[in-house]
Design a protein around this ligand. Structure first.
Ligand code: FAD
Length: 403
């Protein structure tokens, strides 16, 4: 039994343990996760780690000595399959573990292709170190890679693999890349960038099957065309890993529902990070899940403070980044639901921002190689500032003057 049992040893789980000890929590803490490694950072997986620019040791959130010194008991390599909220107990494949409070921080599992061939050798998702190690091991025999899904992770992988000398084709079902998360000018900019690096971008195509006997040899589209590839990378989103909690009666659906203190509907059970469905003020109080390091850390900190009896409520402004080639994209706010957008600066200069508005108020920014806009634009988002679009469009006027 642990006073606090944290299930999921990723960003949110690790931060929950760190914040509890920072807040002088003196009880026992167990940090349980299904991966074998110490808690590590996921963003570099599709960036520096895949590129071979950063060894795994540099991805660790903290080293082994840190966890030992803080008396956090790591329970790697096991997964919770059942939660008994009445007995305050979880079950893994092989044991029962009691808890005083439970912090559910399980993130999500990559969505798999439902079509034929979806589990052939050479078909990979990019969620864990093991996923990326498997890709790296196969790369020497691979000349051409099909990336299925033009979201951030797929595009980051495309950029790295191109740099590693592979031919890459991105297969996207929508009419533009990043369609779910960004406005059209940003999508078009990234499509152009990738094409200029030799990546083939195929839009509006749907994947019918993965071809191959034992290993992928190509991707068959609905048109019948077969795109030849010796590796397929699937980046079509995640499904939150919440089945044991929902089975135990927690409210939720696409995630487990939490309040502003990250409490689920079950007693003494909190949920944080990618798996937590919450009403977000920056999304017009809609219930959403955020998949970002910022959200994982901030929600984990709120849960830890609540456990410690402090007043805390999740109210953080969402932010995110993505690196592709020499481009640094930084986003703040949630653009979904915008009714207007303003381009600030010239995409051809490779430094510009896209500002999103709803009902005349700034709700989000996507900034490409424009850190100053990102830093100054945060304030506009936090305040929901009403700004004249003509002034926003004038890149010569610093955003801080518009706050
Ligand atoms: P995770 O980090 O996924 O940790 C959850 C852990 O729980 C995992 O180890 C999982 O295997 C484990 N688990 C699941 N179910 C169980 C169970 N039943 N029992 C035990 N363990 C379980 N965000 C950014 O802000 N910027 C970026 O540039 C960025 N790039 C990314 C690139 C990649 C390739 C990926 C995959 C993600 C990226 N993200 C990025 C998103 C970010 O990594 C996630 O938002 C963050 O990891 C969420 O933290 P989490 O703790 O909620 O989930």
């Amino acid at each position: 039994r642990f006073d606090i049992l944290i299930v999921g040893a990723g960003h949110a789980g690790a931060q929950a343990a760190i914040a509890l000890r920072q807040g002088k929590f003196e009880g026992t803490i167990g940090l349980l996760g299904d991966e074998p490694e110490l808690p590590y950072e996921r963003p570099p997986l599709s960036k520096e780690y895949l590129a071979g620019d950063k060894p795994f040791e540099r991805l660790l959130i903290r080293n082994a000595a840190f966890w030992e010194e803080r008396d956090v008991t790591l329970l790697p390599g096991r997964s919770v399959v059942q939660v008994d909220p009445v007995a305050h107990r979880v079950a893994t494949e092989s044991e029962m573990i009691g808890y005083g409070a439970l912090v559910w921080a399980t993130g999500g599992k990559p969505r798999r292709l439902a079509c034929a061939g979806g589990d052939l050798a050479g078909v990979h998702s990019v969620r864990t170190r093991a996923d990326v190690d498997a890709m790296i091991a196969e790369l020497p025999g691979v000349r051409r890679v099909a990336v299925i899904g033009g979201g951030y992770i797929g595009l980051e992988a495309a950029a790295v693999l191109t740099k590693l000398g592979r031919e890459v084709v991105v297969l996207e079902a929508q009419g533009r890349v990043l369609a779910r998360v960004a406005g059209e000018p940003l999508s078009r900019f990234f499509e152009d960038e990738h094409r200029s690096h030799g990546v083939e971008i195929r839009l509006g195509v749907s994947v019918e099957a993965i071809e191959g006997d034992t290993r992928v040899t190509g991707v068959r589209l609905a048109s019948g065309e077969v795109v030849q590839a010796e590796m397929a990378i699937v980046g079509i989103g995640i499904a939150p890993a919440v089945a044991p909690l929902l089975d135990a009666g927690a409210a939720g659906g696409n995630g487990v529902l939490v309040d502003a203190q990250c409490r689920t509907s079950l007693p003494d059970i909190f949920a944080v990070g990618d798996c937590a469905l919450h009403a977000n003020r920056f999304a017009d109080d809609r219930c959403i899940r955020l998949e970002s390091v910022q959200n994982a850390n901030d929600q984990a900190t709120v849960a830890a403070k609540t456990i410690l009896g402090a007043d805390a409520a999740y109210d953080a402004v969402p932010w995110f980044w993505s690196n592709q080639y020499d481009l640094k994209l930084q986003t703040v706010g949630i653009s979904d639901g915008h009714d207007a957008s303003v381009l600030r600066g010239d995409p051809a200069s490779r430094s510009f921002s896209l500002v999103y508005l709803r009902a005349g108020r700034v709700i989000a920014l996507d900034c490409v190689n424009a850190t100053r806009d990102y830093v100054q634009g945060r304030k506009l988002v936090i305040e929901g500032a009403a700004v004249d679009p003509a002034r926003l469009a004038d890149a010569a006027v610093p955003l801080k003057e518009l706050a």
